[in-house]
Design a binder for this molecule. Structure first.
Ligand code: 13P
Length: 335
């Protein structure tokens, strides 16, 4: 248990955070297609190498979440990505859910797959060098959703996963993502996020998950992408904090937000606002798109642009790391 606590705490140590580079093959194929790159084992490896091989990533990264394919790959320097990360003091992590499928009885909602055979996969990943894991549950808003059934089924599965991780010495990142898809208001997002987190922590307690040895990866409290009324950054920050204070025990060492479709600048700004005052938990990031999108566009598959894209990535990393201490300056976006 003391190892789990130490790993969880080091993942949220001041000044650094987590890169989610664990897109499934289907998701990374979409991201690559958006910049005109065909997805193959090689292009996926080259792209991940661009990120993980950027010199100095350890200045803003405490951990990287990998995908099953990536954890078995080597970078351009012929070292396994896991080895490279460990050699620079960055914890390797692994996505262990197998994606979502329609929820029986409520097919417009989803349940996350992957509990079958989970323990043996966790042991394999641990033996390959992973120190932590991630499981994403998805909560949909709209038209009677989320149902009680969807909240409870996803919370139950998250808790089973978290317990299984701790049993083999991996820190679970528990990710219940309330989606930004839709035109719902920030008030609705607050209400749904509050219900989601209450349900999740009830299930974690029932499954005897050690809160001190896990991290929570939630959405921020924010209006749907299609909502005409978008709250300013200080309101997103204060509503998110108000919701988390009502639901997340102080025993949890850290909260690492997902970016969920916010722009890089928005995600950075919101995190910085929340870090203006000390909170019961460390408030950090576990961003995918918000850390990667600019670098992906700068690269767009062109070998000659790897260095430029890495600079773009390092700059975004530095801005996001500044948000950990509330010292991000939005005017730097223009620079
Ligand atoms: P985004 O930051 O792009 O939402 O990705 C984070 C993540 O890991 C989703 O599971």
């Amino acid at each position: 248990m003391s190892d789990l606590m130490a790993t969880a705490r080091s993942l949220v140590a001041q000044g650094r955070g987590i890169l989610a580079a664990d897109e499934s093959t289907a998701t990374i194929t979409k991201r690559l297609a958006a910049v005109g790159v065909e997805s193959s084992e090689q292009t996926r490896r080259e792209y991940r190498d661009l990120l993980l091989g950027a010199p100095g990533v350890e200045s803003f990264l405490s951990g990287v979440i990998l995908y099953d394919e990536t954890i078995r790959q080597r970078g351009r320097d012929d070292a396994f990505f896991v080895e490279r990360l460990r050699s620079i003091g960055v914890h390797p992590g692994i996505k262990v859910d197998l994606g979502t499928e329609p929820l029986e009885g409520s097919p417009d909602e989803t349940i996350t797959r992957g509990l079958d055979g989970l323990s043996s996969r966790l042991v394999e990943y641990r033996d390959m060098g992973a120190r932590f894991a991630k499981w994403r549950a998805v909560i949909h808003i709209g038209d009677g959703r989320p149902t009680r059934q969807a909240l409870e089924a996803n919370a139950f599965v998250l808790a089973r996963y978290a317990k299984a991780c701790q049993e083999v010495g991996l820190v679970p990142i528990v990710e219940p993502e309330v989606l930004m898809d839709g035109d719902h208001s920030i008030e609705t997002c607050f209400d749904v996020t509050e219900r989601t987190l209450h349900t999740v922590f009830e299930a974690l307690w029932q499954h005897d998950v050690a809160l001190e040895g896990m991290l929570l990866k939630p959405n921020m409290v924010i209006a749907g992408k299609g909502c005409a009324e978008q709250a300013p950054p200080d309101v997103v920050a204060s509503e998110t904090l108000r919701c988390l204070r009502r639901t997340v025990p102080a025993a949890v060492p850290g909260i690492v937000f997902l970016s969920g479709g916010q722009s890089a600048a928005q995600a950075t700004h919101h995190l910085s606002e929340m870090n203006h005052e000390a909170q019961p938990w460390q408030l950090s990031f576990s961003y995918g798109r918000a850390l990667q999108d600019e670098a992906l566009r700068a690269w767009a598959g062109d070998d000659a642009k790897v260095d430029t894209a890495r600079k773009v990535f390092l700059r975004r990393g530095a801005l996001t790391a500044a948000a950990r201490s509330g010292s991000y300056d939005p005017s730097e976006e223009a620079a």
